[in-house]
Ligand binder design. Structure first.
Ligand code: G1P
Length: 296
């Protein structure tokens, strides 16, 4: 039994406009884009459930209702499938336990920090997780997901915990970057500083914040008075930076794979990588890829 309050709630900021995927995302949320046959949001929710998280809080906006529909019953579809003798198990993970999906609205896109703050009343006084669904975290075969690994680390160190990964130094300016402190173990390190989208020459390391967080509820109070930061937006990274020194702050490296599905190349890479691993289509996809590359 851990001495820390368990993490039962997760916030998914999904109000973004998805302009990098236009025109695909004109009428559907980017979080509904499918990698093979599962939308990005479902990978994130599945990862949360695996980690023991029960309540999913979506911070949504206009035009994003498809996300909520995805986790609802689809009577017409299910009835028709039943009548035709089709297997409904494919829909299992999309059926939420009643009351477990909650939405709040972020009326104006003012940044990630602001999106998280919009969920303050539902988060209440508990530690909570954050998932950025653009960041697709896939466990190694037989391994556990990113958030489950974080929850395990959290039960040792408590406080605030973020997932980090190494990127080539020239890429750091697209991300939040940590200043690493003392190493607690091979995969866990203290965080002594955090900066959002620094110029390459000012970055404290090449370890970036990779879209999974376990934070203490006090961050909501910090966000309350948070000034605009990088890109003129209210940044979660800035609020977290102000918590260093007041509460334990650690970074965990995920033993698994990460695909940056916020951009086209990463999205295509994820699609190909996961398709190649599938029992049902993997062999065909491999043959197709080799043909396309002119290897046979
Ligand atoms: C956000 C965070 C950043 C993090 C990144 C991960 O940035 O602000 O700290 O490294 O996600 O993808 P965004 O991609 O929303 O600009």
């Amino acid at each position: 039994m851990t001495k820390y309050k368990p993490v039962k709630k997760a916030v998914f900021p999904v109000a973004g406009l998805g302009t990098r995927f236009l025109p695909a995302t004109k009428a559907i949320p980017k979080e509904m884009l499918a990698v093979v046959d599962r939308p990005l949001i479902q990978y994130a929710v599945d990862e949360a459930r695996e980690a023991g998280i029960e309540q999913m809080i979506f911070v949504t906006g206009r035009g994003k209702t498809a996300i909520v529909e995805h986790f609802d019953m689809a009577y017409e579809l299910e009835t028709t499938m039943k009548e035709r003798g089709k297997d409904l198990s494919v829909l299992n993970a999309t059926r939420a336990t009643p009351g477990d999906i909650i939405t709040v609205r972020q009326q104006v896109p003012m940044g990630l920090g602001h999106a998280i703050w919009c969920a303050r009343a539902i988060v209440g006084d508990e530690p909570f997780a954050i998932f950025l669904p653009d960041e697709l975290m896939i466990a190694y075969p037989g391994g556990t997901g990113c958030m489950k690994q974080m929850v395990e680390a959290y039960s040792e160190v408590g406080g605030n915990l973020i997932s980090v990964l190494e990127v080539p130094r020239e890429d750091v300016s697209s991300y939040g970057v940590i200043a690493p402190g003392r190493a607690v173990s091979e995969t866990l390190t203290e965080v002594t500083g955090l900066v959002e989208k620094p110029p390459v020459e000012e970055a404290p390391s090449n370890l970036i914040v990779s879209g999974r967080y376990i934070l203490q509820p006090e961050v909501m109070r910090v966000l309350e008075g948070q000034e605009k930061g990088a890109g003129g937006e209210i940044q979660l990274t800035d609020a977290m930076a102000r918590m260093i020194g007041t509460q334990p702050f650690h970074a965990a490296t995920f033993a698994g794979r990460r695909f940056d599905c916020g951009g086209k190349t990463g999205f295509v890479e994820a699609t190909l990588a996961l398709a190649l691993e599938r029992d049902d289509i993997g062999d065909e996809v491999r043959a197709m890829a080799e043909r396309l590359l002119g290897r046979c």
